[in-house]
Design a protein around this ligand. Structure first.
Ligand SMILES: [Zn+2]
Length: 389
């Protein structure tokens, strides 16, 4: 994967060369030849560091070395990697703000920025991945948005051997499980106050994940998908199975058993086949404050939940060892051949990424712009800032 390790801020200003004009409307934005001149410096308020300024010869606009950094426009740039690390260590916004000595709104804004960056980072990693050559285990991670009566499934596709997380996709749906009179009453009052609850979308979610991954399967080969017995998975995959690009193995979930009862043979086979995706779901519950059982830190908007999960999968794929109990000295991204060493958060956040310079899937574009709405929240703020991205 072509990803620079040295953060832009650490490159001495006499060695840094701006790669393109950061203005989207400038003719030099996408062109390889880019003519610029140095145009003075300024002293950054937070640490008095001298920052080089530049002048674009094409559009005549000014920019600086910081324009290419993830910490562009931030008053406390040092917080960014610390917040990223805290988000995957069970930190909720106010807990992180107390530990770092900043406002909780700072944590929320910067967490969203890191989420958008990791979404683009994941998209680049998939773009640069040559081929998917291993079986994938696919299942939905169940969580809540806004309140416990509004369920959302997050589709997760995980490499069976590498444990690399290939895809994430949201599927808000109606409440499952046993409908007690109390729950029915709460749902009725919620629908009355906040409008209809989101309808089932497992099928669309799996279709979107497969649309991203099927083109990565080399000609003449098949994508091997392992799922549980949900009918929506089979329906979504049928067209790819018919075209011969997909092979699907289904391991139905066994009936629930009491804790002291031994596992049936079928349950053992299912658990073995689905181990990578079950492990990912356990890690999400273990490492993220908003997915703990009975938490008061649960996500309010499905869009924010997704952005936090992109932070998590950047950590899982590039930062964390594949197994910490049995250290393998490699990350899932090293296993699939994307990188040759571990990355730390400073390296993951080493460059600013621009959404319009990448080809994003439609769901990723919606998530980046915070346009996936949760009607129950009321006003869903979209992200339309350009400079303070
Ligand atoms: Zn320009």
């Amino acid at each position: 994967m072509d990803w620079p390790r040295t953060p832009v801020e650490r490159i001495p200003r006499n060695r840094f060369k701006p790669p393109f004009c950061p203005r989207r409307e400038c003719p030099s934005h996408d062109r390889l030849e880019f003519r610029w001149v140095r145009d003075g410096t300024y002293s950054r308020k937070c640490d008095r560091r001298i920052i080089q300024k530049y002048w674009c010869k094409s559009c005549g606009k000014r920019f600086s070395q910081q324009t290419f950094s993830c910490t562009y426009y931030l008053k406390k740039p040092k917080l960014l990697p610390l917040i990223a690390a805290a988000l995957v260590c069970c930190g909720a916004a106010r807990q992180i703000s107390r530990a770092l000595g900043c406002s909780h709104t700072t944590v929320i804004c910067q967490a969203n920025r890191i989420g958008r960056h990791t979404l683009l980072f994941h998209s680049i990693s998939l773009e640069q991945l040559r081929a998917v050559r291993e079986a994938l285990a696919l299942d939905h991670f169940e969580t809540f948005q806004f309140c416990q009566e509004m369920q959302v499934g997050i589709g997760t596709a995980v490499g069976r051997l590498s444990h690399f997380v290939y895809g994430l996709d949201p599927a808000p749906h109606k409440l499952g499980g046993i409908m007690t009179p109390g729950r029915a009453k709460r749902i009725k009052s919620l629908v009355k106050r906040r409008g209809p609850l989101p309808s089932g979308s497992y099928k669309k979610s799996v279709e979107r994940i497969l649309a991203l991954l099927i083109p990565k399967v080399p000609d003449g080969e098949q994508l091997h998908l392992i799922t549980d017995g949900k009918q929506d998975y089979r329906t979504a995959a049928q067209s790819h199975i018919n075209s011969g690009k997909l092979r699907m193995d289904i391991f139905s979930n066994p009936p629930r058993r009491l804790k002291h009862e031994p596992k049936s043979a079928d349950a053992k086979v299912r658990d073995q086949a689905m181990f990578p995706v079950d492990l990912l779901h356990k890690l999400i519950r273990h490492c993220m404050a908003n997915h703990k059982r009975e938490t008061i830190a649960h996500g309010r908007r499905v869009n924010s939940i997704m952005l936090r999960l992109y932070v998590f999968i950047a950590w899982r794929n590039f930062v964390k060892d594949k197994s910490e109990r049995r250290p393998q000295n490699k990350t899932p991204a090293m296993d699939v051949g994307l990188v040759d060493c571990f990355l730390n958060w400073k390296q993951v956040l080493s460059r600013r990424l621009y959404p319009w310079k990448q080809s994003l899937a439609s769901m990723d574009s919606r998530l980046y712009a915070m346009k996936m709405e949760t009607p129950a929240v009321g006003r869903n703020k979209h992200h339309d800032l350009v400079n303070a991205y």
